[in-house]
Design a protein around this ligand. Structure first.
Ligand SMILES: *Cc1c(COP(=O)(O)O)cnc(C)c1O
Length: 355
C-alpha cells in the first residue's frame, strides 16, 4: 500500500472567455465572476472527484437543507499579481483551516487539504488573466460549502457541495465610515456560531445595519450580547481602537471571528514597536477616551479592504468624530500588509504563498 495519492482533478475549460466584456476600471465588488469555478460533491460519506468547470448556475433541489436550515459556510481570500506576473495568496492555509473549523461547527464534513490547494491553484492559473497587476487590484476568492441534499428534515445533510468562485476586484473604498455601537442588537452569543464563517451570521446583521444606516452610520460595532459593555467586531470586520499610542483589540472567543487580517495587524504592529493590548475593551473606556481627546483611531480589519479607518462613531444619542491623523497606525500597518501581499517587500513571516 502506498501513501502517495495522485489527485484526480477534472478540468473542463470554457469554450469562450467573458473577459473582454468586463470593464476592469469600473468593477462593483463581487458582481463579476471569472470563466471557471471549482466544484466537488460530497456523497455517501466521501468527497468525489473535484472538478473545474465553466462558471455556471447550479441545479439544486428546492428542498435542499441549505435553503431551509442555513447549513452553509464560506471564506474570503484574495490572489495578487506582482510585477513579474507571479500570482500570490496571503496565508491561505489559515483560510483552509478556518473553513473546516466553520464546517465542523455547522455539522458539515471537513474538506481535504490537497483538494483545496490543487483545485485553487489550478483555478487561479486557468483564470490568471483576470488578475490585474497594480496595487489594489486583486482577485477575490470565495470558497463555500452548502448542504445540497434534498429533504426538509431538520438534521444535518448527507450531501454537500464545496465550490470556489472568483471575482476580479479593485482597491476597496466604501467612502467614509461611521459606526454605531450596538446597545440592543447583537451578532453572536456565547456558545453560538459567531466564530464560524457561516451564512446566517451575515443574514442576522442586515437588519440592525439597515437601521444604523438610516441614522447615518455605515456599520454597527457589535458588543457582547449579555451586557453590551464590551466591543467585539465592526460590521463584518475585526475592530481595533487606538487610545493615546496604545492599540487595543478584543481577544477572540466563540463570538468573534478569528480574522487573518486581525492576526497580521497585531503581529506587524508589535514589530513596529506599537504597544498592542489584546484584552476585552469596554464601551465606556472608548467613550471616556473620546471625551478626553485621547481616542485617536478606530479601524476595522478584514480581507476585502485590509483596513477600514473609521471617521466617527455613535453611542446611544451621542456622536463623536475622530481626528484626521497624518501618521495613523491604520495607514502604516495597511501599507506593510499590502507590500507583503503584492511581493513588494521581504516577507519574514512566511505569509506569502505562490499560487
Ligand atoms: C471574515 C470576517 C472577518 C475578517 O476575517 P479576515 O480573515 O481578516 O478576512 C472578521 N469578522 C467577521 C465576522 C468575518 O466574517
Amino acid at each position: 500500500m502506498s501513501n502517495t495519492t495522485t489527485l484526480q482533478l477534472e478540468v473542463e475549460k470554457a469554450k469562450t472567455s467573458k473577459i473582454n466584456e468586463v470593464d476592469f476600471d469600473n468593477l462593483a465588488f463581487g458582481s463579476v465572476f471569472t470563466d471557471h469555478m471549482f466544484i466537488c460533491d460530497y456523497v455517501n460519506g466521501e468527497w468525489k472527484t473535484p472538478k473545474i468547470i465553466p462558471y455556471q448556475s447550479l441545479v439544486i433541489d428546492p428542498s435542499a437543507r441549505v435553503f431551509h436550515y442555513g447549513q452553509a459556510v464560506f471564506e474570503g481570500m484574495k490572489a495578487y499579481k506582482d510585477d513579474n506576473d507571479q500570482i500570490w495568496l496571503f496565508r491561505p492555509k489559515d483560510n483552509f483551516d478556518r473553513i473546516n473549523k466553520s464546517s465542523k461547527r455547522m455539522a458539515m464534513p471537513e474538506f481535504p487539504e490537497e483538494y483545496f490547494f490543487e483545485g485553487l491553484k489550478t483555478l487561479l492559473n486557468l483564470d490568471k488573466d483576470w488578475i490585474k497587476k497594480g496595487l489594489g487590484n486583486s482577485l477575490y476568492i470565495r470558497p463555500f460549502v452548502i448542504a445540497s441534499e434534498p429533504g426538509v428534515m431538520a438534521s444535518p445533510a448527507e450531501e454537500y457541495k464545496f465550490i470556489i468562485i472568483c471575482a476580479p476586484a479593485q482597491a476597496y473604498y466604501g467612502g467614509e465610515v461611521r459606526v454605531k455601537i450596538a446597545d440592543h442588537y447583537s451578532r453572536a452569543a456565547s456558545g453560538g456560531v459567531g466564530a464560524a464563517k457561516t451564512a446566517g451570521n451575515y443574514a442576522a446583521q442586515f437588519y440592525p445595519t439597515k437601521l444604523a444606516k438610516e441614522e447615518g452610520f455605515q456599520q454597527v460595532v457589535w458588543t457582547d450580547a449579555n451586557t453590551h459593555e464590551y466591543l467585539e467586531e465592526a460590521g463584518t470586520m475585526n475592530v481595533f481602537f487606538r487610545i493615546g499610542d496604545k492599540l487595543l483589540t478584543a481577544p477572540t472567543n466563540d463570538r468573534i471571528l478569528d480574522g487573518i487580517t486581525r492576526k497580521s495587524v497585531i503581529e506587524i504592529a508589535k514589530d513596529k514597536g506599537i504597544d498592542v493590548e489584546i484584552r476585552p475593551v469596554k464601551v465606556n473606556e472608548i467613550v471616556e477616551a473620546a471625551k478626553k481627546g485621547n481616542l485617536k483611531e478606530i479601524f476595522g480589519s478584514g480581507t476585502a479592504a485590509v483596513i477600514t479607518p473609521v471617521v466617527g462613531f455613535g453611542y446611544k444619542d451621542k456622536k463623536w468624530d475622530l481626528p484626521k491623523l497624518t501618521d495613523a497606525y491604520s495607514s502604516v500597518i495597511k501599507e506593510a500588509i499590502l507590500n507583503i501581499q503584492y511581493n513588494k517587500s521581504e516577507d519574514k513571516y512566511g505569509w506569502r504563498y505562490k499560487a
